[in-house]
Design a protein around this ligand. Structure first.
Ligand SMILES: Nc1ncnc2c1ncn2[C@@H]1O[C@H](COP(=O)(O)OP(=O)(O)OP(=O)(O)O)[C@@H](O)[C@H]1O
Ligand SMILES: [Mg+2]
Length: 378
C-alpha cells in the first residue's frame, strides 16, 4: 500500500547511464522520488522491494529484456504502472509490451516535457485503477454481507411464523370452518415459498463464497440420477407425466458433491414437471467420451421463447413473470448453473415453443490419477 501524502516513487531501469541521470533530474525536479537500476535483475528486485508507483523500462538491455521485465512486474506488482522506453525502430515491440501489461511506451529520443506528461498521466491512471478496484471490492463485499444478512434476518421469523400456523392448526384446527382453513392454508403455502426462496438465496451466496459443495469426491453419475429419480418419480406420477431414463452402464466417474448434484437434477426435472402438461414425457439420458459426460434432460413441455432463453439462468427470472402458474422464486436454475460451474462443468439449454425443452449438463470426467488414488479431492 502506498501513502499518497509521500512523494510518488518512479523507477528507471535502463543500461544507459546518461538516460538514467537525465530522467532522475527531470523527475526529481517535478517532486518525485527516483530510483534507478542499470541491470534488469536489479530493477526487478528494487521494484519488488519498493513497490514504485511507476517504472520506466528500456526494451533493449543485456541479460534480461525489457519485455521479460514487463511480464514479470505486471504479474508480481500489478498496481505499478509500467512504461516501455523504446527506439523508433521497435514500435511493434512496444505494442507487444502493452499487450503484456505495459500502460504505454515512450519512444527515444524524448524530451523532459514528454517524460513529465507521461508520468503525470500514468500516475492518474494508477490512481483511477486503484480506486476502481477498491470500489469493486467494497461493492462485492456489500453484496455478500447483504445477502447473508437479509437471508438470516428473514429466515428465523419465517420459521417462527410457520410454527405458529402449525400450532394454530393443531390446537384449534377442528373448530375452524372451511373458509378459515383455506386462509390458513394459503398463509402456510406463502410462508413455505418464502422459506424456500430464502434457502435458495442462501445456498447461492454459499456457493459464491465457497462454503457450499466444497469437498468433492469421486462419484458415479448413475447413482446421482437414480437418487433424483427416486425423488421425482412420485411427482411425475401425480402430474400424469412419464419419466424415463436411458443411462449406459460403466460410465466414467465424475468428481463432485453428491447432495448438490442431486439437487441440480431434481431442480431441472422439477422444472420439467411444472412446465410440461399432463400426458407429457421427461427423458434423462447420458453420453460420454474420454473427457466429458453429458447428461440430457428433455421434456415435451410448453418450451421457452428464444428471447427468454438466454435469461433463464439469471436470478429471479421467470418466463411468465408474476403470472407464472406454478410457485417458484426463479432461483432454481441460478443455483444449478453455479453448482455446475463449481464442478468445472456447464449447463446448456435449447428449446422450441410448444415442443419442449432440453437441458444438457456437461461434467468433466478425466481425473488426475494422483487425485483419483487419494479418492478425495477438495
Ligand atoms: N423445462 C422448462 N420448460 C419451460 N420453461 C422452463 C423450464 N425450465 C425453466 N423454465 C422457465 O425458466 C424459469 C426459471 O427457472 P428456475 O428453475 O430458475 O425458477 P422457477 O422454477 O420459476 O423457481 P424455483 O426453481 O426457484 O422454484 C421458470 O420460471 C420458467 O419460466
Ligand atoms: Mg425451478
Amino acid at each position: 500500500m502506498t501513502n499518497e501524502s509521500v512523494k510518488p516513487v518512479i523507477l528507471i531501469i535502463d543500461d544507459e547511464e546518461a538516460l538514467r541521470d537525465g530522467c532522475r533530474q527531470v523527475l526529481e525536479k517535478s517532486g518525485y522520488d527516483v530510483l534507478t537500476a542499470e541491470q534488469g535483475i536489479d530493477g526487478i528486485k528494487l521494484a519488488r522491494e519498493r513497490l514504485p508507483e511507476m517504472a520506466f523500462i528500456d526494451l533493449k538491455m543485456p541479460n534480461i529484456s525489457g519485455m521479460e521485465i514487463i511480464e514479470i512486474l505486471s504479474r508480481d506488482i500489478p498496481d505499478t504502472v509500467l512504461v516501455m522506453i523504446t527506439g523508433f525502430a521497435t514500435i511493434v515491440s512496444a505494442v507487444e509490451a502493452m499487450q503484456k501489461g505495459a500502460y504505454d511506451y515512450l519512444p527515444k529520443p524524448f524530451n523532459p516535457d514528454q517524460l513529465r506528461a507521461l508520468t503525470k498521466r500514468g500516475l492518474e491512471h494508477r490512481h483511477l485503477k486503484i480506486e476502481t478496484k477498491k470500489l469493486r471490492e467494497e461493492k462485492d463485499q456489500m453484496e455478500r454481507n447483504f445477502i447473508t444478512f437479509v437471508s438470516h434476518e428473514m429466515r428465523s421469523p419465517l420459521v417462527v411464523i410457520r410454527q405458529y400456523i402449525e400450532a394454530l392448526n393443531t390446537i384449534a384446527g377442528e373448530r375452524f370452518d372451511h373458509d378459515i382453513k383455506d386462509i390458513i392454508e394459503r398463509c402456510r403455502k406463502r410462508i413455505q415459498n418464502l422459506e424456500e426462496m430464502v434457502e435458495h438465496w442462501l445456498d447461492i451466496s454459499r456457493i459464491e463464497n465457497g462454503t457450499l459443495a466444497q469437498q468433492k469426491v469421486n462419484l458415479n453419475i448413475e447413482a446421482i440420477i437414480s437418487k433424483s429419480m427416486d425423488e421425482m418419480t412420485p411427482v411425475c406420477r401425480k402430474r400424469g407425466i412419464s419419466l424415463e431414463t436411458n443411462i449406459p452402464t460403466e460410465l466414467p466417474q465424475i468428481t463432485g458433491d453428491e447432495e448438490s448434484l442431486v439437487r441440480v437434477f431434481t431442480n431441472i426435472i422439477g422444472n420439467a414437471t411444472k412446465y410440461t402438461p399432463e400426458g407429457g414425457k421427461i427423458t434423462v439420458t447420458c453420453q460420454h467420451d474420454e473427457y466429458y459426460i453429458n447428461a440430457t434432460i428433455a421434456d415435451t413441455g410448453k418450451g421457452i421463447s428464444p428471447d427468454k432463453l438466454s435469461l433463464i439462468f439469471e436470478p429471479f427470472f421467470r418466463c411468465g413473470g408474476k403470472n407464472e402458474k406454478y410457485s417458484g422464486s426463479g432461483l432454481g436454475l441460478t443455483f444449478c448453473k453455479k453448482i455446475m460451474e463449481s464442478h468445472n462443468g456447464c449447463i446448456a439449454v435449447s428449446s422450441k415453443e410448444g415442443e419442449g425443452t432440453t437441458f444438457v449438463l456437461t461434467f468433466p470426467c478425466q481425473i488426475d490419477p494422483v487425485e483419483k488414488a487419494s479418492g478425495l479431492i477438495s
